[in-house]
Write a protein that binds this ligand. Structure first.
Ligand SMILES: NC(=O)c1ccc[n+]([C@@H]2O[C@H](COP(=O)([O-])OP(=O)(O)OC[C@H]3O[C@@H](n4cnc5c(N)ncnc54)[C@H](OP(=O)(O)O)[C@@H]3O)[C@@H](O)[C@H]2O)c1
Length: 348
């Protein structure tokens, strides 16, 4: 069975999503939405840095919604609930990289999505590397522990090589430290907090309270990343911690440490990837790191140097068949069948 997919935008993550859709044996790319005027009418392959694929990006939403697709791969820089409602009401399933449970959108907006999904008999699912894949892995790890009492995650990355660096301006990067950045981060990074709900659902943890903590680090000298200036003394790193308490036990702890280069003040240790720990009987620890593919046999794989975007896009793409087959509503890893990768034979 082949699922027809529309790609919504062709930004950093979306470019890798398009390559993932084209490479997946059960998916067929049928259309693409362009938010930027300049992208309208351009071939989607060219917009994604690969050969033309014969599909032109359009901003004609009505035409896209009527073309008989099964799913929209929704990846703008920020969720637009009105737009999401329109897609779901039109009966298209939706996968995205900016959503886990939707609780951080607030009850009113989340209810609109649930209602739209039910009206359109469609399902909505979000993943990515983290939020997304990392808590899913931790949930699976806990399978092997008899009486675990704590799940811990650490995302520890240097963003100097992250092409979407400018998106961090919204979190205070490149600007003077200020108390307000704590609240800004809590709101903007809401889907990380949603991972506490996801883990609680996956592992039946009766969370009684959720906490959020924020620390910043500053640049000791003037820096620039992808044309984005980070002057000395401004925010160049941050550590956000989400904790899910059960009484006085911090049962789920998520630490997200992002740095722009070395020698920040303070200079937190860097682990380059994801560390997941289950504290129980036995303790279980996994480190997930990524390195570029050696495969040269497939043009769709070549050129994908931005690993952060690949590993964000692929958990979303891999879920499309399960999401299309799922019951209407907001779906998570906790209520979908086990999602795995899809083998694609590459001769030689
Ligand atoms: N879960 C995870 O692990 C994870 C990791 C990284 C990123 N993300 C999330 O994934 C999403 C995509 O990230 P990205 O780095 O690919 O974003 P991006 O490249 O900065 O932006 C994606 C697209 O959004 C559209 N866009 C830009 N400005 C807009 C505006 N003002 N209003 C509406 N649309 C606008 C553009 O579409 P066109 O291409 O059509 O012009 C752009 O290409 C973000 O929400 C990000 O937070 C999740």
């Amino acid at each position: 069975m082949s699922y027809k997919v529309i790609q919504w935008t062709t930004g950093h993550v979306s470019k890798e999503a398009v390559k993932g859709i084209l490479a997946h044996p059960d998916l067929e790319m049928v259309g693409a939405y362009a938010w930027s005027e300049a992208k309208v009418g351009k071939d989607v392959g060219e917009l994604c840095g690969i050969d033309p694929i014969g599909i032109k990006a359009t901003n004609d939403v009505d035409a896209l919604l009527k073309m008989g697709a099964d799913c929209v791969c929704y990846m703008p820089n920020w969720p637009n609930v009105d737009e999401m409602v329109r897609i779901l009401e039109a009966g298209l399933n939706m996968v995205c990289s900016l959503f886990i449970t939707g609780t951080s959108l607030g009850e009113e907006q989340r209810s609109r999505l649930v209602k739209a999904a039910q009206q359109g008999n469609a399902s909505l699912f979000g993943s990515g590397i983290f939020p997304g894949f990392a808590p899913f892995i931790a949930g699976l790890m806990a399978t092997a522990s008899r009486d675990f009492r704590r799940i811990r995650f650490l995302e520890s990355v240097d963003l100097s090589h992250y092409a979407a660096f400018a998106n961090f301006a919204a979190l205070g990067w490149g600007q003077p430290p200020d108390e307000k950045w704590a609240e800004v981060n809590r709101i903007v990074l809401g889907p990380y907090g949603e991972c506490i709900d996801l883990i609680a659902d996956l592992l039946h943890i009766p969370i009684t309270e959720k906490r959020f903590d924020y620390e910043y680090a500053t640049a000791p000298d003037d820096r620039e990343f992808f044309g984005f200036p980070v002057p000395a003394g401004t925010v160049a790193g941050q550590k956000c911690t989400w904790t899910g308490m059960v009484g006085d036990n911090p049962a789920v702890e998520l630490d997200v440490v992002w740095k722009a280069g070395k020698n920040l003040e303070p200079d937190w240790s860097l682990f380059h990837g994801y560390t997941m720990e289950v504290e129980g009987n036995p303790n279980i620890r996994t480190r997930v790191t990524f390195s570029p593919s050696e495969l040269k046999t497939d043009d769709l794989v070549a050129g994908g140097a931005d690993l952060a975007n690949q590993v964000t896009a692929m958990p979303v793409i891999s879920a499309i068949p399960a999401v299309c087959d799922a019951a209407a509503g907001i779906r998570t890893y906790a209520d979908l069948p086990l999602i795995t990768g899809r083998y694609v034979h590459q001769p030689g």
